[in-house]
Design a protein around this ligand. Structure first.
Ligand code: SF4
Length: 483
């Protein structure tokens, strides 16, 4: 086990880092009114469902506390639990592989698929395989990966990227999905309408044929139970169960933080997850498998345990709380920033509040430096998180790390210059009073509205994103002296 504590793990590669900063990407997203309508409708609906089912439980808060405690204790002994998981999987006929980063994981999976002689695979929706860019790596090796989750299928056929952890096609409405199916789905009924049932039937017919001919499946895992070596996938459509049972070979890629010590611990998460994610009392499909069972299901099982920056994150005893995430997406659905920009603006496979704290830690904060600022720090994410991750505090902490990293630059940033100037002005009452009087010159602006929407450089950086109030005719000190 050479990839865990004590040995610096390589920082993440794969789809954890965007090409553009969050403000630039968010600016474009905010200009798309259709996107905002789609997101507003979808997040409002899921929020309402979640709130209703959570209110049914008197002990919801105790469940959250239990979830937080189990995750904290598991992370403190992650190496022990992972080794137990490895032993249990191996004892039941599975093979465990350790991947330090995305490249290693992709190479392992590609080699395993090649060894079967197959050129196509079916896939269960999986954040870990998106994180490492597995589909692209397989395509480079001449292997076609078919996504089978309905939303993932829509994203794949549309040549698009997922924009939500749970509902990857949340940015698409029914009319757009119909267009994608008509354009990209071979043999689809040209009379297809945008009625949800008709769209689902079209996807079902398309997928059924792939399920029946696939010999290899690739999945993620929501949980891995160390005591028995059992892996679990929870989903709503049944596509996961088809992938997990029909093919001859099953390859599961799981982040190392997904391990839970025992079934007793799992019980807590199976109560927290469905209510937080889809607003359901229980998952429609919970599939669990342990190694290989002769004559039943896949006869070869491989588990790829993925680090990809997690060990480095674990090394930070505060920041590691981000690894407690069970990917329910509740924090996305309540986030006022996510609701307006959608997931693509984050540039990372993990969007929303959890993405803003997880991605910078997996890649190193300077590689995703704009994400910790993609928040109003309203705290709604903390309130809904089923494992009580204090996302606002983690965001502030990451911002501080970014600012500290900037201090070592030879040429200071405009922000650092502005802060140094503000600090100098505020150091003495005399300087501050002088600055107040000088600011009165700004009263010539914003005369009609009381707001100033454009200031000259360098202050234009402030008004590019917000209005400034018109300076008052009388300062507080002057008012105080007069009275
Ligand atoms: S941070 Fe909490 S609320 Fe957000 S996805 Fe993870 S578990 Fe869910």
């Amino acid at each position: 086990m050479s990839t865990y504590l004590g040995i610096p793990a390589p920082r993440g590669v794969g789809h954890l880092r965007g090409e553009r900063s969050f403000p630039d990407a968010a600016h474009d997203a905010l200009g798309d009114s259709q996107l905002r309508r789609n997101l507003g409708h979808a997040t409002r609906t899921i929020r309402g469902k979640r709130a209703a089912v959570v209110a049914e439980l008197d002990d919801w808060e105790q469940l959250r506390i239990a979830g937080e405690a189990i995750k904290g204790a598991t992370m403190a002994q992650l190496d022990v639990h992972l080794e137990r998981l490895e032993q249990a999987v191996t004892a039941r006929g599975g093979t465990v592989h350790w991947a330090r980063d995305a490249n290693e994981a992709n190479a392992i999976v590609t080699r395993l698929v090649r060894a079967t002689g197959e050129r196509e695979v079916v896939k269960v929706k999986s954040m870990a395989t998106q994180e490492i860019g597995l589909n692209e790596a397989l395509a480079d090796a001449g292997i076609t990966a078919h996504e089978t989750d309905l939303a993932e299928l829509i994203v794949q056929l549309g040549g698009d990227q997922p924009s939500h952890i749970l509902v990857p096609a949340i940015h698409r409405n029914r009319a757009e999905i119909r267009e994608i199916f008509l354009r990209e789905m071979p043999g689809v009924d040209p009379e297809l309408t945008s009625e949800p049932r008709r769209l689902a039937m079209a996807a079902r017919a398309h997928l059924r044929e792939r399920f029946l001919r696939a010999k290899v499946a690739i999945s993620g895992a929501n949980f891995g139970v160390a005591e028995t070596g059992t892996l679990l996938v929870v989903e709503s459509e049944g596509n996961g169960r088809m992938c997990l049972t029909l093919p001859d070979t099953l390859i599961t890629v799981m982040g190392i933080e997904k391990v839970v010590p025992s079934w007793r611990d799992l019980e807590v998460f199976l109560a927290l997850l469905p209510r937080s994610s889809t607003g359901e009392r229980m998952n429609p499909y919970t599939s669990a498998w342990t190694g290989v069972t002769p004559g039943d299901g896949p006869q070869a099982f491989h588990l790829v345990l993925l680090d990809n920056g997690r060990t480095a994150t674990l090394g930070d005893t505060v920041g590691r709380a981000a690894l407690h995430c069970i990917k329910c997406s509740a924090c996305l659905n309540v986030c006022p920033v996510y609701e307006r920009t959608g997931g693509h603006a984050y540039g990372s496979v993990y969007p929303g509040p959890i993405g803003a704290v997880l991605s910078p830690q997996l890649t190193g904060v300077e590689d995703n430096a704009s994400l910790p600022y993609a928040s109003s720090l309203c705290g709604a994410c903390y309130d809904v998180c089923p494992v009580r991750i204090d996302i606002p505090s983690l965001l502030v902490r990451l911002r501080a790390q970014h600012v500290d990293a900037q201090r070592s630059r030879k040429i200071p940033t405009p922000e650092a210059v502005a802060m140094a100037a503000a600090s100098w002005v505020m150091e003495t009452p005399g300087r501050f009073a002088l600055a107040e009087r000088a600011s009165r010159a700004g009263r010539v602006l914003g005369r009609s509205s009381g707001r100033i929407s454009a200031l000259p450089p360098p202050l234009s950086a402030w008004t590019a994103g917000r209005d400034a109030p018109r300076p008052p005719a009388e300062t507080f000190r002057e008012w105080w002296a007069r009275r």
